[in-house]
Design a protein around this ligand. Structure first.
Ligand code: NAP
Length: 309
């Protein structure tokens, strides 16, 4: 059976990938987005998005992601569930191989594979993952309703997680390695309004300890300035210490920077002809939903231009 060759295949169906799909399909290209889990990416795991224009009350992350998917599909974007593990961008058409054994072909490719949570690297983290150690507060927070929990990190994700968890948990320790948050100011004000978030400043995580049931019982931290160790009794540790790009499958196929992000400018062009990058996976200054969708549009338009040449 002859394999179908798409005009454009989009790797990843978060906001960047779905917008690339919307623009490509609406522009008359045959377009397939390949997503390894479910469409929506990190957006679908976000409680509330307040900085995406057009939603004066804020948008629920999963709803916004779902609506993006519906909109793109209404113009003909196809979505497949598969995990791309290797690519050949020198082949004509370009070839994408999935863990399932499926092989996909396309005349152009948009890499929109996003980023994943960075690990903390603390003893106990791996053993207790899924037993109280979590990387997604909106996914797992409800399991710890009424309990004491800890959030590690000082960026927008950590601050947003702490605010979300403060609504359902009895106490939230916000553990940060410095004495001020990196998070945007609006989060500082919200955190100040919560009565049950305790900031644990200048503190480095030493280990996560199990309780007698083999689930998280405590996070042990050390004060960087005094060296004093403190045990924070808690049922869960939410790790929010940044992200790493999902680019392992690209080894050697396009230029990556030292942190593993796909080197690209606003046009989305990469070092491989006909291959574009969009969203959190590419080198950029501001990683937000609004910049991801902008990237998706740019990448699809430039893919269309490439195909027309
Ligand atoms: P981030 O901005 O990179 O912040 C990571 C935080 O974790 C920093 O505070 C950092 O500390 C800390 N950290 C890093 N490695 C650590 C380690 N090994 N141990 C302890 N702490 C560590 O990551 P993010 O908060 O996940 O955000 C990722 C991107 O998404 C950002 O561009 C962010 O603006 C965006 N985002 C936006 C929103 C929004 O606009 N509503 C919401 C969520 C995320 P230092 O501060 O000391 O470096």
């Amino acid at each position: 059976m002859e394999e179908k060759t798409y005009d454009v295949i989009i790797i990843g169906a978060g906001p960047a990938g779905l917008t690339a799909g919307l623009y490509a399909a609406r522009g008359g290209l045959s377009a397939l987005a390949i997503e390894r889990i479910t469409p929506g990416g990190q957006l679908a795991q976000t409680d509330k998005v307040e900085n995406y224009p057009g939603f004066p009350q804020g948008a629920e992350g999963w709803q916004l992601a779902y609506d993006m998917q519906m909109q793109a599909e209404s113009f003909g974007l196809e979505i497949a569930t598969d995990d791309i593990v290797s690519v050949d961008f020198t082949a004509e058409p370009k070839k994408l191989v999935a863990a399932s054994g499926n092989v996909y072909y396309a005349r152009s490719v948009v890499i929109a594979s996003g980023a994943r949570p960075r690990k903390l690297g603390t003893p106990g983290e791996g053993e207790l993952a899924g037993k109280g150690v979590s990387y997604c507060a909106t996914c797992d927070g409800n399991f710890f309703r009424g309990k004491d929990v800890a959030v590690v990190g000082g960026g927008n994700t950590a601050a947003g997680d702490a605010i979300y968890l403060a609504r359902i948990c009895s106490k939230v320790y916000l553990v940060h390695r410095r004495d001020e948050l990196r998070a945007t100011k609006v989060y500082h004000d919200r955190l100040a309004e919560t009565g049950n978030v305790e900031f644990v400043w200048n503190s480095v995580s030493q280990r996560i300890e199990p309780n007698e049931n083999g689930t998280v019982g405590a996070l042990v931290v050390t004060d960087k300035n005094t060296g004093v160790e403190r045990t924070l009794d808690c049922s869960a540790v939410f790790v929010a210490v940044g992200t790493e790009p999902n680019t392992d499958f690209l080894a050697g196929a396009v230029e990556l920077d030292e942190a593993g992000y796909v080197v690209s400018d606003e046009s989305g062009r990469t070092s491989a002809p006909g291959v574009f990058a969009a969203g959190d996976v590419r080198t950029k200054a501001l990683r937000q939903v609004v910049t991801a969708v902008s990237d998706g549009a740019q990448a699809a338009e430039n893919a269309a231009e490439y195909l027309a040449l």
